[in-house]
Design a protein around this ligand. Structure first.
Ligand code: NAD
Length: 503
């Protein structure tokens, strides 16, 4: 088994930046060291100190704003088709570097290598999707009741800031950056201070593929310093945030002070509802995918498993059996299905939530309350006998922990699903077509699956209801989010009459 030691992470990073002696931000086509506080990274698989680097800080954010504004002018001055061709080239570059990107992601996040490979491929697919849209997204001609020609233009904001979390850094790059630049914007991306590595690498690859230098800048550093400095800069015209609800509020407050818009993609506590007429083997397998993939560090995790009382024991039994069979291991092992949790804070939060579930009287049907001291590993965990008012059913765990809640009727299942502050995702398992659509229509969620869980695609809009946030960052909807509409009026009459006479 390979070890992700300090050298392991730095070597994986240096494959993209040969000769680099330290980690910094990628600004204006260069890796520039930060000047702020030291940020220490720990290896998720061993808990040992890994690399460290300095927070980018305000100076770095300001430098990035200057580079972005210059590059954006060049980018918007190109034809739409030319921008599309470059996005296709970015996709090809990412695909060509699938293995080193996957390795860098696995070492730095703890994500199993096979998932990391798949995610690198998804990034390539995201650039391809938006490459195709680059010259197919345009305005309208509106039949106004005057002698005017009235048409709309879709124009870029200019520079858009993206602030991203640590659970899906590589995926976030594709998801956020591809649509943003496809419609002519420049980007400042502030990944989590814990996981800036693959974002730095892909920004550099994008330039090699033809993206103008300075169009994509990656700020390595803290949110309260570096991201806030970027939000305060007049160059930034919109902020897209993916992360925790508390930080989302801080971001929206800072954006409001500058009267710039925001998109917020926040947490979740999604309900995965299993009716007694469902295919129970598939539902039980789906319940595991819904939460244990990515060790549960997923905003869409179906962490509340609602099961009809008639089949409750059977379904939770199948889920518990499956949970015990999943292979928990080192992220670089090809057979690993569940890697370690990304960081100590999150690991401690998950352990506290498991202890809290036991304290509240839920039954630990799979998993443990005792954890090793090497690495941040949490085995797949299932609580049964949960009621929806328990903390384990209300608080986002963001770990491989299912809270299984029984219900009696369809109305009760919908009521439990909606009795939560969040509204990110949800699912229903049933063979009754009418019921499936009734439930899909009534659950408060931005994404809903029927007899499935967790499928996402960049072509489909994604975002939250309620405290899970607002705005949509994928699909065609993202292109509306990343552009502003200008309405242009052209007088076409030879001699038009105005209230002041002939014009
Ligand atoms: P977080 O809110 O702590 O951090 C997210 C980002 O915000 C990081 O880049 C961080 O540096 C930055 N940040 C922190 N404080 C800031 C401040 N004061 N000002 C500006 N920026 C600041 O979240 P996290 O712990 O990295 O990620 C986990 C959370 O993200 C979970 O709640 C999860 O549900 C959510 N998430 C949501 C989605 C989604 O699409 N809805 C996707 C992934 C994760």
């Amino acid at each position: 088994m390979e070890q992700s030691t300090v050298e392991g992470l730095f070597e994986a990073f240096a494959e993209f930046f040969p000769g680099a002696t330290e980690i910094g931000s990628y600004v204006g086509g260069r890796l520039i060291p930060g000047t702020g506080d030291e940020i220490q990274i720990y290896d998720p698989a061993s808990g040992e100190k890994s690399v460290s680097y300095r927070d980018g800080g305000a100076a770095c954010a300001q430098q990035a704003c200057v580079a972005a504004q210059e590059a954006q002018k060049k980018w918007w001055g190109m034809t739409h088709a030319a921008r599309g061709r470059i996005l296709y080239a970015v996709a090809a570059k990412v695909r060509e570097h699938n293995e080193p990107l996957a390795r860098l992601e696995a070492i730095s996040t703890g994500k199993p290598i096979r998932d990391s490979r798949r995610e690198a491929e998804m990034v390539a697919e995201m650039f391809e999707f938006y490459a195709g849209w680059a010259d197919k997204f345009y305005g309208h001609v509106i039949p106004v009741p005057t002698t005017h020609l009235n048409y709309t233009r879709r124009e870029p904001y200019g520079t858009i800031l993206h602030v991203a979390p640590w659970n899906i850094p590589m995926l976030s790059f594709g998801w956020q950056v591809a649509p943003t630049i496809a419609v002519g914007n420049a980007v400042l991306l502030k990944p989590s201070e814990l996981t800036p590595f693959t974002s730095l690498a892909i920004a550099m690859l994008a330039e090699r593929a033809g993206v103008p230098v300075g169009l994509i800048n990656v700020l390595a550093g803290y949110g309260h310093t570096t991201a806030q400095a970027a939000i305060a800069d007049h160059a930034v015209k919109k902020v897209v945030f993916v992360g925790s609800p508390a930080t989302g509020v801080r971001i929206a407050e800072a954006a409001a002070k500058r009267v710039i818009p925001c998109i917020l993609e926040l947490g979740g506590k999604s309900a995965n509802i299993v009716f007694d007429d469902a295919n129970l083997d598939q539902a039980a397998a789906g319940a595991q995918v819904a939460v244990f993939s990515g060790a549960g560090q997923s905003c869409t995790a179906g962490s509340r498993l609602l099961v009809h009382r008639k089949v409750y024991d059977e379904v939770v039994g199948k889920v518990a059996d499956g949970a015990r069979k999943l292979r928990v291991g080192h992220p670089l092992e090809n057979t690993t299905e569940i890697g370690p949790i990304n960081n100590r804070n999150q690991f401690e939060h998950i352990k506290r939530m498991i202890a809290r579930g036991v304290e509240e009287g839920a039954h630990l049907a799979a998993g443990t309350t005792k954890f090793g001291d090497e690495g941040y590993f949490v085995p797949p965990t299932l609580f049964t006998g949960v009621s929806n008012d328990m903390d384990i059913a209300r608080t986002e765990v963001f770990g491989p922990v299912i809270a299984a809640i029984p219900f009696e009727t369809e109305e009760e299942a919908i009521a439990i699903a909606n009795d939560n502050e969040f509204g990110l995702a949800g699912a229903v398992w049933t063979n009754d077509v009418a019921r499936a659509h009734r439930v899909a229509a009534q659950v408060d969620a931005g994404t809903f699956w029927i007899n499935s869980y967790r499928s996402i695609h960049v072509g489909s809009p994604f975002g939250g209801y309620k405290n899970s946030g607002y705005g949509r960052t994928s699909g065609i909807e993202a292109l509306y989010e990343y552009t502003q509409t200008k309405s242009v009026w052209v007088q076409t009459a030879a001699s038009a009459v105005t209230p002041f006479g002939r014009a």
